[in-house]
Design a protein. Sequence first.
Length: 235
Amino acid sequence: MREADRRSVLGSVWLRDEPEPTRARLSRDDIVKTAIRVLDREGLDKFSMRVMAAELDAAATSALYWRIATKDDLLELVVDEIFADALVPAPERGDWRDHVTVVVQAAYDALWEHPWAARLLASHGGLGPNYHALIDRVESVLDAAGFKGTHLDAAVSAIFHYLVGSAVTDSAWLSVVRRSGLNDARWATESAGRMGVDATHLAAYLNRKSRSGPEARFASGLRVILVGLRPRQLS
């Protein structure tokens, strides 16, 4: 098998060597940051390598394809970069539940700020260094608290499945509202009757700062999961 084919079979940019440096003025990091800016502005549905090439000047376009060969590679890089903002230090006070909450809440906040990223987690997340660092932080906290063996693995999985599931669900709601061109309150008023729900409750459900909004729901649900977990070891 040719080396190029072998790299393709591996299926992830994180499982291949980064191209050798060139004289091109754009680094891979420059391209990733530009892609995040474009995704925040245009959204995932309109994103393409052609859009990226247009965002860069003509002299930089060749550097784009030399540094990052495909759209999937670029999306893997950008979704992992989002998690860099979630690598916050653990608090000095509180128990293990408080420590896990700080780390996981930061990850949820990062995904909320870039809602397109949540949609990528099912197909482009999980192998990058920032995502692994996030898992390592949660795992270290749980290990120090007394979680061992398969119970440690199960606890980490439960926490991250909740994080990803919440982010994907909230992102889906946000995407629907944004496609309508209406704000949350107007969309709720126009849609509630068709959904068979109360417009006021629907508006509150969508409002990030509401007591029944996505941020409050995420925090409450995370607490339920953490309260239900107990340090132990399962063989």
